[in-house]
Design a protein around this ligand. Structure first.
Ligand SMILES: [Cu+2]
Length: 114
């Protein structure tokens, strides 16, 4: 009888694993599909502005949404973003959105907190 119960338990484990795998897989893909915009504002500092080509180089903190460590990199600016008042050295907060498969700056504001 106990052997029968052991087999039942083993079956239950096998079934729970089989049932869990597709769920995890589905959630993972759903997450990737939905990640078209970063959550919250990312802190950074303006390093360089290329107004002609609408690009900005930012020294940014880690971006968990993108699995990205802190680094300095160049982003393209969304058409809606105005950078007239920005200059190198400015502390900023920004967010990124996916436009045509690439991450671009979709929001930017100067950070008044030191
Ligand atoms: Cu980066």
């Amino acid at each position: 009888m106990s052997r029968f119960i052991q087999r039942l338990q083993a079956l239950a484990v096998v079934f729970s694993v089989i049932c869990t795998i597709p769920t995890v897989w589905a959630n993972h893909h759903e997450h990737e599909a939905q990640a078209s915009q970063t959550s919250g504002m990312i802190k950074g500092e303006v390093r360089r502005i290329d107004a002609e080509n609408r690009k900005i180089t930012i020294k940014h903190e880690a971006i968990p949404d993108l699995d990205m460590a802190a680094m300095t990199m160049t982003f393209r600016l969304a058409d809606t973003i105005s950078i007239d008042k920005l200059k190198p050295g400015d502390k900023i907060r920004f967010s990124l959105g996916k436009v045509e498969g690439k991450w671009v700056v979709v929001a930017i504001e100067t950070d008044s907190t030191p």
